[in-house]
Design a protein around this ligand. Structure first.
Ligand SMILES: NC(=O)c1ccc[n+]([C@@H]2O[C@H](COP(=O)([O-])OP(=O)(O)OC[C@H]3O[C@@H](n4cnc5c(N)ncnc54)[C@H](OP(=O)(O)O)[C@@H]3O)[C@@H](O)[C@H]2O)c1
Length: 285
């Protein structure tokens, strides 16, 4: 969903509260000036970003009965940081769910980077870094039950679909005919496990930005694939069922452990609530 943002609101400072000492920093540029690694556990550096309520909701039921990002936590200051994180990526990792939402017109946005003067500095950053104007896209899908994402294809982006070992042949053929690359992963019915880790490494991208929901996140966490987690926590509680946190699925056989790398306090969150922007880096298992 598009946001209107006043430039003065964006330039208000936030406070770095960890690590010490406490310091003021402009919100605008916060994540663009922090060069992310280009190497992760399995080759590419893999990072994710969520906006969540204080009670851990990343999605709540909307009036149509679908789950969607809560309007009470989504906010332009988080959106700006999401765009900056996408600015450093050469590949976005998405899911079949997103492409269905894109077709239905209910997706939060076409995959960043946004257009217009608000995001011109991010495009300039990419140009100087030798990155394509828009990151390519990898899609995890078992069902292949989505139409070719025309808005993304029209932007000239490479779209790779990672799926299980026996995809529906007609759906795979239709996607390939539209220009998508369909890659079945050997030995798994749905994308996951070491097969997924190896496939992502073999794609030869350096920074992969995960923009999926909690079920794909669970798959990635089970393989300890996420090097850094960026979390925006809006200091407001929402309740709501079913509960949707950043990671949903069976108990992980081994916990995914992280350490806080930084935390910023933003006094100007939605409706006067404060919010924090945190980065957590994965501990080596
Ligand atoms: N607050 C936030 O920051 C934030 C961020 C992201 C998402 N969300 C919200 O989270 C909500 C839930 O998203 P979601 O339920 O669609 O979750 P998801 O984890 O994004 O996607 C689930 C889909 O991924 C595909 N998939 C492929 N391989 C998979 C695997 N191994 N494990 C799990 N899924 C696999 C499946 O697609 P196929 O059916 O095509 O096989 C499945 O439908 C949405 O409302 C979204 O807006 C919030």
């Amino acid at each position: 969903m598009p946001f209107t943002v006043s430039s003065s609101a964006m330039t208000e400072c936030i406070s770095r509260i960890f690590p010490a000492p406490v310091e003021q920093a402009p919100l605008h540029g916060l994540y663009l000036t922090e060069a992310l690694p280009t190497q992760g556990k399995y080759g590419p550096y893999i990072y994710a970003n969520y906006v969540t309520s204080l009670d851990g909701r990343i999605a709540v039921p909307d009036p149509t009965g679908q789950q969607s990002v809560p309007g009470h936590v989504a906010n332009p200051r988080d959106w700006r940081l999401l765009q900056e994180l996408a600015g450093q990526a050469d590949l976005l990792l998405s899911s079949g769910r997103y492409l269905r939402e894109l077709k239905a017109g209910t997706a939060q946005d076409i995959l960043p980077i946004g257009s217009g003067p608000k995001f011109a500095d991010i495009h300039e950053y990419r140009r100087k870094a030798g990155l394509k104007p828009q990151p390519d896209v990898a899609v995890l899908s078992e069902s292949l039950d989505f139409p070719p994402p025309l808005p993304l294809l029209e932007q000239g982006r490479r779209i790779i679909v990672l799926t299980g070992q026996a995809p529906d042949p007609a759906r795979a053929a239709a996607l390939e005919a539209a220009g998508l690359e369909v890659r079945p992963l050997t030995g798994v019915d749905r994308p996951g496990g070491l097969a997924l880790a190896n496939a992502l490494a073999q794609l030869s991208y350096r920074r992969i930005y995960v923009i999926t929901g909690p079920y794909v996140m669970h798959t990635l966490m089970a393989q300890h694939l996420v090097d850094s987690l960026f979390l925006t926590t809006v200091h407001r509680l929402l309740g709501g069922q079913p509960f949707s946190s950043i990671c949903e699925g069976p108990l992980l056989s081994c916990p995914a452990d992280y350490r806080l790398a930084h935390q910023f306090l933003d006094p100007v969150g939605p409706d006067g609530c404060s919010q924090t922007f945190s980065r957590f880096d994965r501990l080596a298992p």
